[in-house]
Design a protein around this ligand. Structure first.
Ligand code: IPM
Ligand code: SF4
Length: 743
C-alpha cells in the first residue's frame, strides 16, 4: 500500500518499535528557548548527563525579552528589568555555556522567535524530525519535516538521548483547491480550516496540507498554515517539499552544500505522498469559500468572515456549545449578532511566529503606506528575527510603518503572549496576527481578534475591524539586493578561511547512566473529585503565562486556574470556583465534562500545577495531545471516558463523594457504579513502576548508536556541520563538557 509524506518521514526515523506500537524515534533537530528548558537542563545536571548532539541543537531567547531598542544593550542581566524573566534568560545562557550549545543571544542579529530562526538558517530541513519545547514547532512542517511541540520532560529526553518515545499518529489530509480570492492570505485559509474542523478536529493526527491552493503558496505562507495546525488540535502539520521549498533553502547557511545538496534534493523529492496512500480522515476545502477571516470569540475556532457578525447563542440547540458561545461573547465584550466590521480596537499587534516574516511585513506595509494610524490606536510591528528586521529596514518598511505612527520594535514573541513588557491592559481590544485568542492570552482581561497582517494593518489605520478589500494598497518593491541569509553566510565565510571539512560525527555507544525508576508510582488513587464543565480548557487557563517564568517544577499549585480562582482586581478567592470550595480543595481527581481538555501550549507547567495542587488524575471526554503526553511524564493519569459516564461521575462528585481510580484493573469506581478505561500498555507500565523514560531509553544506547551510523551514511547532511563546515563529535561521555561554541 502507498505511503503518505508523514509515513515516509516517520519510517525513516524509527529506531525500535515495541509490541504496543510505541516507537523510539530519532530526532534530527532540537530548538531550545528559555521558558521550557531550565528544568530539563537541571535534570541533566542532576543525572550527570551531557547533551548528546550539540551539533543538532540550537538555542535562543524569545519569550521573555523586551522588544524595546537594543541600542544600549550590554547584557541580559542589565537589559531585562523584570526579575523572573531575567533569571530565565540568564539560566539559559548559563546552560548553553555549560553544555556547549549554539546560541543566538540578544546581541546576535540571528536571534529571534525560535520558529522563525530555524527555517531562516536552514537548520530546519525537509524529511527531518524537528522538536522544541513549544507547541508551534508545527511551523517547521511547512518544509516536509515532522515537527512537533514537546514538554520539558521530553526536552530533557532529547537533550540526553536525541530520541523520543512516540506512538504514530493518524494521517489526516486537508486539501484546499482553487484560486484564493483577492485579499485572502494563508492566515485566512488556516483560520477558515480551523473554523471548519474545530480546535479538536486534528486531535491524534498529523495533517498534510495539499491541493493546488497550497501548492502555489510561498514558504512563509505555508509556515503560517502549519504553525496553526496546533490550534486545530493536530500533533503536526506538513506540506510536501517541492521546488518552492528547495528554492527557499538553497544557500541558507546551514543547508547542505555541493554534492550533499544534490543528494538531499533527490531524497526530498521522493517524499511526496503516493497516489494510493490512505488517510484516516480527509477534508476538502474550496478556496472560493474563504473570505478575509477573523475570530469573534476566545477560541481559534470562533471564526467568521469579516463581513459577518457574532453568533446568537439563542439559536444554538446544543447546551454546551451555547454555554461556550455565551462565555466567549461575554469575555470578548461584544453582543450577539453584532457585525464584525466597525468594532473599535485599541491596539494592533503585527508579529508572532505565525506572521512576523518578511512577506507578512510587506503585506502589512502595503496597506499602511502613505496613511496614518487612527489616533486612539497603538499599533506595533515586531519582526520575527533580527534578520527579518534588517531585511525590512533595507526595503524601507520600517519607515513606512513609523511614518504612519506604527511602533517599530526589536525581534521577540512580544505581545503574542505577554511574558514580556508588551501586554494588553484589562478590557483592551487588539487586532492581532498571532495564533491564540484565549482569555487573558495577551494580558489579563485583554481581548484578541486573530487576523492576517493586512487585516491587522487595516484595523490600525481605521481604528476598527475593517475589510481590507475596501482599502487601497500600495506596491511594496520588496526586491532584496542581498537576502539576509546570504549576508550571514558572507559574514561567517570571511571569518573562516580554511575550507577543510571534518569527518562526519562519530557515533560511540552512549554511556548508560541513571536508573529507570525516578517517578512517583501510580497504582490506585482514591479521593474527592472536583467537577468542571468547561469545553476547550486551554493550558493558558490552567496556568497563565506569568507563572511560566519559574526555573523549578514545584510550587505551582497556587497558580492552577489562577484567573478563575482569584479575582484579578482584589486577588481574593472567587468562592464560586470549584477548587475554592470544600471538599474540593482536597481533590485528587478532576472530572471535566467538556471536550478537548488541555489544548494550546506545550507548557508542562500545566501538569506541574495540578500535581502540586494534589490532583493526579483528570477524567475528560477528550484531551489535546501534548497535555495528555505531559501528564504521563509527571506520574499523572489522564483518562478519556464517554460523555454519559462522565456526567454520572460528575453528579456523584458534586455530592462530595469519593472516586477511586484503579490503574491496575483499569477501572474508575464511584458510588453509582464503575467504568472501565483504556490506557496504553507502555504508559501504564511506566506509571505503575514509576519508570522514567530517560532511564529506559538510556538502556537502548547501542540501537541509538547504530542508527546514528546509518544516518551519517545515508543522510550525511544531517550531522550538524555548523557555519564552519565542521562536524562536531557526538558527546557520549558522562559529565558536562564545556565546548567552544563554533556555530
Ligand atoms: C511557552 C511555551 C510553552 C508556549 C507554547 O508551547 O506554545 C508558548 O510559546 C505559547 O505560545 O503559548
Ligand atoms: S506562539 Fe507566540 S509565544 Fe508562542 S512561540 Fe509563537 S510567538 Fe512565541
Amino acid at each position: 500500500m502507498g505511503r503518505t509524506l508523514y509515513d515516509k518521514v516517520w519510517d525513516d526515523h524509527v529506531i525500535e518499535q515495541q509490541e504496543d506500537g510505541t516507537c523510539l524515534i530519532y530526532i534530527d533537530r532540537h530548538l531550545v528557548h528559555e521558558v521550557t528548558s531550565p528544568q530539563a537542563f537541571e535534570g541533566l545536571r542532576n543525572a550527570g548527563r551531557p547533551v548528546r548532539r550539540p551539533d543538532c541543537t540550537l538555542a535562543t531567547v524569545d519569550h521573555n525579552i523586551p522588544t524595546s531598542t537594543r541600542k544600549n544593550f550590554k547584557s541580559i542581566s542589565t537589559f531585562i528589568k523584570e526579575a523572573d524573566s531575567r533569571t530565565q534568560c540568564e539560566t539559559l545562557e548559563q546552560n548553553i555555556e555549560a553544555f556547549g550549545l549554539t546560541y543566538f543571544g540578544m546581541e546576535d542579529s540571528r536571534q529571534g522567535i525560535v520558529h522563525v530562526i530555524g527555517p531562516e538558517q536552514g537548520f530546519t530541513l525537509p524529511a527531518t524530525t524537528v522538536v522544541c519545547g513549544d507547541s508551534h514547532t508545527s511551523t517547521h512542517g511547512a518544509f516536509g519535516a515532522l515537527a512537533f511541540g514537546i514538554g520539558t520532560s521530553e526536552v530533557e529526553h532529547v537533550l540526553a538521548t536525541q530520541t523520543l518515545l512516540q506512538k504514530k499518529s493518524k494521517n489526516m489530509r486537508v486539501r484546499v483547491q482553487g484560486e484564493a480570492l483577492p485579499g485572502v492570505t494563508s492566515k485566512d485559509i488556516v483560520l477558515h480550516i480551523i473554523g471548519v474542523i474545530g480546535t479538536a478536529g486534528g486531535t491524534g493526527c498529523v495533517i498534510e496540507f495539499c491541493g493546488d491552493t497550497i501548492a502555489v503558496l510561498s514558504m512563509e505562507s505555508r509556515m503560517s498554515i502549519c504553525n496553526m495546525s496546533i490550534e486545530a488540535g493536530a500533533r503536526a502539520g506538513m506540506v510536501a517539499p517541492d521546488e518552492i521549498t528547495f528554492e527557499y533553502l538553497r544557500n541558507k547557511p546551514l543547508a547542505p552544500k555541493g554534492a550533499d545538496w544534490n543528494n538531499a534534493v533527490k531524497y526530498w523529492k521522493s517524499l511526496g505522498s503516493d497516489e494510493d496512500a490512505k488517510y484516516d480522515i480527509s477534508v476538502e476545502i474550496d478556496a472560493q469559500d474563504i473570505a478575509p477571516t477573523i475570530t469573534w470569540g476566545t477560541s481559534p475556532q470562533d471564526v467568521v468572515a469579516i463581513t459577518g457578525s457574532t453568533p446568537d447563542p439563542a439559536t444554538i440547540s446544543d447546551p454546551s456549545r451555547r454555554a461556550a458561545i455565551e462565555r466567549s461573547l461575554e469575555y470578548i465584550g461584544i453582543a450577539p449578532n453584532t457585525p464584525m466590521e466597525g468594532v473599535k480596537v485599541d491596539k494592533v499587534f503585527i508579529g508572532s511566529c505565525t506572521n512576523s516574516r518578511i512577506e507578512d511585513l510587506r503585506a502589512a506595509a502595503s496597506v499602511v503606506k502613505g496613511k496614518r494610524a487612527a489616533e486612539w490606536v497603538y499599533a506595533m510591528v515586531v519582526p520575527g528575527s533580527g534578520l527579518v528586521k534588517r531585511q525590512a529596514e533595507r526595503e524601507g518598511l520600517d519607515k513606512i510603518f513609523t511614518d504612519a505612527g506604527f511602533d517599530w520594535r526589536e525581534a521577540g514573541c512580544s505581545m503574542c503572549l505577554g511574558m514580556n513588557p508588551d501586554q494588553l491592559k484589562p478590557g483592551e481590544r487588539c487586532a492581532s496576527t498571532s495564533n491564540r485568542n484565549f482569555e487573558g492570552r495577551q494580558g489579563a482581561g485583554g481581548r484578541t481578534h486573530l487576523v492576517s497582517p493586512a487585516m491587522a494593518a487595516a484595523a490600525g489605520i481605521k481604528g476598527c475591524l475593517t475589510d481590507v478589500r475596501n482599502m487601497e494598497t500600495s506596491e511594496i518593491p520588496g526586491t532584496p539586493k542581498q537576502s539576509p541569509q546570504q549576508e550571514v553566510v558572507a559574514e561567517f565565510e570571511s571569518e573562516e578561511s580554511d575550507e577543510e571539512t571534518a569527518p562526519a560525527a562519530t557515533a560511540t555507544p552512549m554511556v548508560a547512566t541513571g536508573t529507570a525508576a525516578a517517578m512517583p508510582k501510580f497504582t490506585t488513587l482514591k479521593g474527592y473529585a472536583a467537577p468542571l464543565d468547561i469545553s476547550n480548557v486551554d493550558t493558558d487557563m490552567i496556568i497563565p503565562k506569568q507563572f511560566l517564568k519559574t526555573i523549578k517544577r514545584t510550587g505551582l499549585g497556587s497558580a492552577l486556574f489562577y484567573a478563575l480562582r482569584f479575582d484579578s482586581a482584589t486577588g481574593k478567592e472567587n468562592p464560586n470556583f470549584v477548587l475554592n470550595q470544600e471538599p474540593y480543595r482536597q481533590a485528587r481527581t478532576l472530572v471535566c465534562t467538556g471536550a478537548n481538555f488541555g489544548c494550546g501550549s506545550s507548557r508542562e507547567h500545566a501538569p506541574w500545577a495540578f500535581n502540586d495542587f494534589g490532583i493526579r488524575c483528570i477524567l475528560a471526554p477528550s484531551f489535546a495531545d501534548i497535555f495528555y503526553n505531559n501528564c504521563f511524564k509527571n506520574g499523572m493519569l489522564p483518562i478519556e471516558l464517554p460523555q454519559d459516564k462522565l456526567e454520572a461521575i460528575a453528579a456523584e462528585a458534586k455530592k462530595g463523594c469519593e472516586v477511586e481510580i484503579d490503574l491496575i484493573n483499569q477501572v474508575v469506581r464511584y458510588p453509582g457504579g464503575e467504568v472501565p478505561f483504556e490506557v496504553e500498555a507502555f504508559r501504564k507500565h511506566c506509571l505503575v513502576n514509576g519508570f522514567d523514560d530517560i532511564g529506559l531509553t538510556m538502556q537502548k544506547a547501542d540501537q541509538i548508536a547504530d542508527f546514528e551510523i546509518k544516518r551519517t551514511r545515508t543522510w550525511p547532511w544531517l550531522d550538524g556541520k555548523g557555519y564552519k563546515g565542521k562536524a562536531t563529535k557526538v558527546n557520549v561521555s558522562g559529565g558536562q563538557k564545556k565546548a567552544k561554541l563554533d556555530w
